[in-house]
Design a protein around this ligand. Structure first.
Ligand SMILES: [Zn+2]
Length: 387
């Protein structure tokens, strides 16, 4: 006895015989779906996309094909010739007293289910291939519940904080970590001061960084030339930087002594008030600029080290570049950015990209790229915590 509502997509319930019969039109689609998944190895997303683009009428008057429906179809044993009835158990459960009851559905043990033979649409072997692939994907999804983002660890907000990434309603976003109420710095009154930075569309900012960096790579010769110059044993760049850094550090050591001498001399009445103030200001401003210069030199040297340590990879990369950037998968793209980008700073619709290797005449070329505003990803002010 088959329930008249038991017919899955691909079958019709025949009231005369009380049996399921194949609906030829729908069965064709079922075969196509299994074929695309098992043989062409399309992902579920691409498979659904293909069905929608082919304008195959969706069952039960829906407007579009959906992943959940197609996934259910691929896992439905009925297509191999066995219809399982009494399969699902539904009940209303109350988790906590006072809460609204929730509907729970679980599969009954096989021995409680009732099997009925129906005409098969899909051969057992194909079904098993599909089942293995679905199980594989599920394992994979479980391992990678944390989505990976192209700019993770590379993107900073103008306020100095790193930017995190997450997906909301299927759209990726980057957001300042300090915009999160719980991670925001605390002011003297103990109040969290979240960064008012808005969320930025992941696609826009990723495209801006990717296009800029790959734009620089349009001449891989230039990249290799630069690298060669940097790694030449007779390269004077490094020596010059190191020499200057030594001088700056020495100067920085001397400045506090100068300050002490000034204070000492003032106490002994050697200087007038105004002279003392002037001299102090001079020492302090020299200190500030020397510290700045030291940081800058250290940064440039760190760049050089990074460039050197990446040399082997960059050569491999250059080889890969000849095969075209379009052929790179996500991991390779991320590797490439990691290799070449020191950091990318997002500031109010613009992203500044600092590359590891100088791509121009200046030592550290800065690329400015506007990130398109508008659309879903921008202007979501008022989000102090990611939803
Ligand atoms: Zn911020």
């Amino acid at each position: 006895m088959i329930s008249s509502t038991a017919a899955p997509y691909g079958y019709r319930y025949d009231p005369k015989s009380s049996l399921l019969v194949i609906d030829e039109e729908e069965a064709k689609v079922v075969r196509l779906v299994f074929y695309l998944y098992a043989q062409e190895r399309l992902s579920l997303i691409k498979l659904v996309d293909r069905l929608n683009r082919l304008s195959i009428p969706k069952p039960s008057n829906g407007r579009r094909w959906h992943i959940s429906f197609v996934a259910g179809m691929l896992g439905n044993e009925t297509y191999t010739g066995t219809l399982w009835q009494n399969r699902w158990h539904r009940e209303m459960v109350v988790d906590k007293p006072g809460q609204r009851p929730k509907r729970r559905i679980y599969e009954r043990p096989k021995e409680e289910q009732i099997s009925t033979a129906v005409p098969a649409i899909i051969p057992e072997e194909t079904f098993n291939v599909v089942r293995r692939r679905l199980a594989e994907n599920k394992r994979w999804a479980g391992r990678n519940t944390k989505r990976e983002y192209l700019l993770s660890g590379l993107l900073k907000h103008a306020c100095g904080s790193a930017m995190g990434a997450r997906t909301s309603h299927g759209t990726p976003y980057y957001y300042c970590l300090k915009s999160n109420h719980f991670k925001a710095p605390i002011d003297e009154r103990g109040e969290p001061q979240p960064c008012p930075g808005t969320w930025v569309s992941g696609r826009a900012v990723e495209a801006a960084v990717w296009d800029t960096v790959t734009g620089l790579l349009r001449h891989p010769d230039l990249l290799l030339q630069e690298l060669e110059r940097l790694t030449q044993p007779d390269s004077t760049t490094r020596e010059a930087l190191e020499e200057e850094l030594t001088q700056v550090r020495k100067r920085l050591e001397k400045l506090p002594k100068e300050e002490r001498r000034l204070v000492e001399g003032y106490r002994k009445g050697l200087y007038a008030d105004f002279m003392m103030r002037e001299e102090m200001d001079r020492v302090r401003s020299e200190q500030t600029s020397a510290e700045e210069r030291r940081r800058e030199l250290e940064r440039q040297l760190a760049h050089l080290d990074k460039a050197l340590s990446y040399q082997g990879q960059v050569e491999a990369l250059a080889e890969r570049l000849t095969q075209g950037l379009g052929a790179m998968d996500f991991q390779q793209r991320r590797e490439l950015l990691r290799l070449l980008v020191d950091e990318a700073v997002y500031n109010d619709g613009q992203v500044t990209i600092k590359t590891v290797i100088p791509f121009g005449s200046s030592a550290d070329e800065v690329q400015l790229r506007p990130v398109p505003q508008g659309g879903q990803g921008d202007g979501r002010k008022g989000f102090s915590t990611p939803c």
